[in-house]
Write a protein that binds this ligand. Structure first.
Ligand code: HH2
Length: 286
């Protein structure tokens, strides 16, 4: 199937221009305990500064999360997520034109973030709470639908699939159809295989090797591999900050395969990776 959408996706609070290929989404964790930045951006002023740096470095979207969903993590109450995220969203919306996305599966948090000016919802439960679909449709914003097996607290306890690629893709297509039914147009839906969310290293590698099947589904695809544990397992790098080159390999593969958005911590570096891959694709001669 060919891709659904025009190169420019436009809505009231934002725009994404895919005419040059893959876009980079910068990760901004306003958390004390995220796996890769361990509290560096927990203070609002540090988070705002880092968000602006990512925008200057080439991020097309800034994805703000106020709850770590690393394996084994516990849920953070909505009120606390709102306390962490909203001042940062308000400041960034006032200081940059780069759309801000809210990384949450919690309806109250999503609602508060959209009211504060967030322009996109990144939901790791793929609209597990059906009110999220109606909310996104009402605000006219794009959504990311991610696959996860289980919950962050338990997802890495022996995840099993008969056919990981087929099962993850079928789940995402079902959720994408539901999102369309709740009033979100196809061009504002991004599907994401959920690398590391209830998957072994082998599962992650199979999903990446077959990422073209997701791209061929006709929905735009987002992939988040950045600094994740499977890269550490392959490269022997225990410190997530040392997984940048390993991440670059996955970003190059995704951009080459036609993925629309890569979600990363190292925006400047991955923007270079994507630019080179897109240039090679443009100069493709048979
Ligand atoms: N990964 C993380 C969080 N949100 N959202 C999408 N759509 N896809 C992903 O792969 C994804 C995501 C985990 O990474 P990070 O935010 O850096 O860590 P933590 O959950 O510890 O804050």
């Amino acid at each position: 199937m060919t891709r659904c959408c025009s190169n420019i996706v436009k809505w009231e609070m934002g725009q994404l221009d895919f005419s040059q290929g893959c876009l980079v989404m910068g990760v901004l964790n306003v958390t004390p305990d995220s796996f890769s930045d361990t509290g560096q951006y927990f203070a609002a002023d540090r988070a705002i500064e880092h968000g602006l740096k990512m925008a200057a470095d080439g991020a097309a979207i800034i994805d703000i999360g106020a709850e770590s969903t690393r394996p084994g993590s516990e849920a953070v109450p909505a009120r606390e997520q709102i306390r962490r995220a909203i001042p940062v969203i308000e400041a960034l919306v006032g200081k940059t034109d780069v759309p801000v996305s809210i990384d949450t599966y919690n309806y109250e948090v999503a609602k508060a973030a959209l009211d504060a000016g967030a322009a996109m919802v990144n939901d790791i439960t793929a609209l597990g709470d059906e009110r999220m679909g109606t909310l996104a449709a009402k605000h006219g914003v794009p959504v990311v639908l991610m696959h996860m097996k289980g919950t962050p607290a338990t997802m890495q306890v022996e995840p099993k699939y008969d056919d990981v690629v087929g099962e993850v893709l079928a789940f995402l297509l079902d959720r994408a159809k539901k999102a369309e039914k709740s009033g979100i147009p196809k061009e504002r839906i991004f599907i994401d295989p959920g690398i590391g969310f209830g998957k072994t290293t082998e599962h992650n590698l199979l999903l990446l090797k077959n990422i073209g099947r997701f791209v061929d589904s006709g929905y735009r695809v987002l992939v988040g591999t950045s600094r994740k544990a499977f890269i550490g397992r392959i490269t022997g790098k225990e410190n997530p900050a040392e997984r940048v080159f390993g991440t670059a390999a996955t970003v190059a593969l995704c951009a080459a395969a036609g993925v629309s958005i890569v979600r990363v911590h190292d925006v400047a570096e991955m923007t270079d990776v994507v630019s080179v891959i897109e240039q090679i694709k443009k100069n493709d001669v048979d």
